[in-house]
Design a protein around this ligand. Structure first.
Ligand code: T3D
Length: 262
């Protein structure tokens, strides 16, 4: 599949996706969804050990392309449930399920589903001029793309409700202070910072990181006992991995480990 609305590369274990409809602030139409789906499938099938998601131009992503929606008086209502289950839900679930760290480099405004796609990534870094807007309330909608799940878990009900009911712009700095994202960096350092993280993860013990992210995400719905069982099962699996052997050997031999993601 060739891409018109995203850029994609996979080199040296690093998959990179850039949402690329800058004149529409990288908002999603169906074609962009399908291209991103294809790129994520290639990321899963290829030798990627980390994925970096970012946007082209001055925005990260403004959510759904609203010009795709016919809301004129005579038009029959759009079944938004259909778009959600066909596109946004599988996208969020596949980002979560990717067996590698997913870095989101938020290069500008992230609004609506765009904000929540960023929050579905494992490590979110944002340029200082970036912002997060739960724009849904201005359209009479609820936060989707996992927003009502992620927001209260990340920042608690009080802040989640404030963000979702008011739809105000949250600066990248405030997002970092609230624990909504990992880090806010100067705009001119964003790409460099994302690269540094990507290179780190591309030589890390990928299976261990994949099970770590699964365990952290599972914890919200688990009791302590259930979570201890998740940890046991993960360690059992990882104890048989080549990377575990390498990590212990490297420690004992006082040398840097050479992890292969196996
Ligand atoms: O429909 C379904 O399937 C349900 C699913 C919904 C998921 C959702 O994401 S709903 C939420 C949709 N998104 C929004 O409501 C955000 C709309 N955009 C904005 O509020 C503002 O654009 C921003 C706050 C994000 C940025 O403001 P600003 O002033 O920096 O830029 P701008 O001038 O508003 O936008 C620049 C251009 O991008 C402009 O086009 P123009 O006038 O230069 O030709 C604008 O129309 C376009 N644009 C921005 N967001 C969207 C968009 N075009 C289509 N859809 C957009 N979402």
């Amino acid at each position: 599949m060739s891409y018109e609305h995203i850029l994609f590369s996979l080199e040296n274990g690093i998959a990179r996706v850039t949402l690329n409809r800058p004149d529409k602030l990288n908002s999603f139409n169906e074609a962009m969804h399908l291209e991103l789906r294809d790129a994520l499938a290639k990321t899963r099938a290829g030798k990627a050990r980390v994925l970096v998601l970012t946007g082209a131009g001055r925005g990260f992503c403004a959510g759904q392309d609203l010009s795709d929606r016919n809301v004129s008086a005579g038009a029959s209502p759009v079944d938004l449930g259909h778009t959600i289950e066909t596109f946004y839900t599988p996208l969020i679930l596949s980002l979560r399920a990717l067996e590698m760290p997913v870095i989101c480099a938020v290069n500008g405004v992230a609004a609506g589903a765009g904000a929540n796609i960023a929050l579905a990534c494992d490590i979110v870094i944002a340029g200082r001029s970036a912002s997060f807007i739960q724009a849904f309330c201005k359209l009479g909608l609820v936060p989707d793309a996992g927003g009502t799940w992620a927001l209260p878990r990340l920042v608690g009900n009080a802040r989640a409700l404030g963000l979702a009911l008011l739809g105000d712009k949250l600066s990248a700095e405030q997002a970092e202070n609230w624990g909504l994202i990992w880090k806010c960096v100067d705009d001119d350092k964003l790409a460099e910072e994302a690269d540094k993280l990507a290179k780190h993860f591309s030589t890390a013990p990928t299976k261990g990181l994949a099970l770590t992210k699964q365990a952290i995400y599972a914890s919200g719905g688990n009791t302590l006992e259930q979570q201890l069982a998740v940890e046991r099962d993960s360690q059992r699996q990882l104890g048989a991995s080549k990377d575990y052997r390498e990590g212990v050997s490297a420690f004992m031999e006082k040398r840097a480990p050479s992890f292969k993601g196996e």
